[in-house]
Design a protein around this ligand. Structure first.
Ligand SMILES: [Zn+2]
Ligand SMILES: [Zn+2]
Length: 267
């Protein structure tokens, strides 16, 4: 086996993915409980004790809910930006105002690559209403994997980072019409639709039509809203936009789920 990607959970109730080679295993976000992370990893035949590191995109609870317990149990390095760590620590203060310690914290900056085992990790800034949110690309074994969820739109800098990926995991958060007529209060709808909110099926389709290089073997649709989207709407919008570029070897569309791990992608 060379590299593989497994999505353990994706959506507003928790995000967690696993990017690995034969020697290195990186958990991307820790948005489900430690117990559930372990359960889902074991269901995929993975041993949580073999994790090499945890990397964090931003401090919203659907990305860090299980982090404190996971970090304590596994004692692995946790990579975050300084601003994300500070915001996380502030929010986690106990009743005496004492901030939690992160024993093996590794601070990174957006735009500066770092190495975990044989995987080169490049964090890049994304437009989202968090302290210092990032997406990631991972390079190992001659392949590149891109993950960009939780972004209000796709700026040129993000498009550049996502070129030449074999796996492209992208947010397809909501159907605009379902969001518009759906149950959320107007203020929340405005937040989701804003330039620092979440990416709609249409916005992602627009990226596929006009800015995407077309070269990914797998396109994973992620962070789907359970209230304002339907998996088949997201899939249809993406497949239509990818059009004839979907072949046997290119642009297989997969859907990441909130409730169960996605079938692992092996490259
Ligand atoms: Zn977020
Ligand atoms: Zn999120």
């Amino acid at each position: 086996m060379s590299a593989s990607v497994s999505v353990l959970a994706s959506g507003s109730r928790g995000n967690c993915a696993l990017v690995q080679t034969s020697t290195t295993r990186i958990l991307v976000d820790a948005g489900i409980s430690c117990r559930e992370t372990f359960r889902r990893m074991k269901a995929l035949g993975e041993d949580p004790r073999h994790l090499s590191a945890i990397v964090i995109t931003h401090e919203h609870s659907d990305h860090i809910h299980g982090l404190a317990v996971l970090a304590k149990k596994l004692k692995v390095p946790v990579f975050m930006t300084g601003a994300t760590h500070q915001t996380w620590a502030r929010a986690m203060r106990d009743e005496n105002g004492v901030r939690p310690t992160m024993d093996r914290l590794e601070v990174f900056s957006a735009g500066k690559s770092f190495q975990v085992g044989d995987i080169a990790v490049t964090p890049f800034t994304i437009p989202h209403d968090a302290a210092d949110p990032v997406g990631f690309t991972f390079r190992a074994e001659g392949v590149k994997i891109g993950i960009a969820t939780d972004l209000g739109y796709i700026p040129a800098s993000v498009r550049d980072h996502l070129r030449h990926c074999e796996v492209l995991m992208m947010e397809s958060n909501h159907d605009l019409e379902m969001l518009r007529v759906g149950p959320y209060p107007w203020s929340v709808k405005q937040r989701v639709m804003s330039r620092v909110g979440h990416l709609s099926n249409d916005a992602l389709a627009q990226f596929f039509t006009s800015d995407y290089d077309g070269g990914a073997a797998y396109v994973v649709l992620a962070h789907l809203s359970e209230h304002n989207n339907h998996p088949e709407l997201a899939r249809k919008a993406a497949e239509k936009a990818l059009g004839p570029r979907r072949t046997l070897l290119l642009n297989r569309v997969m859907l990441a789920s909130q409730t169960e791990p996605m079938e692992p992608i092996r490259l």
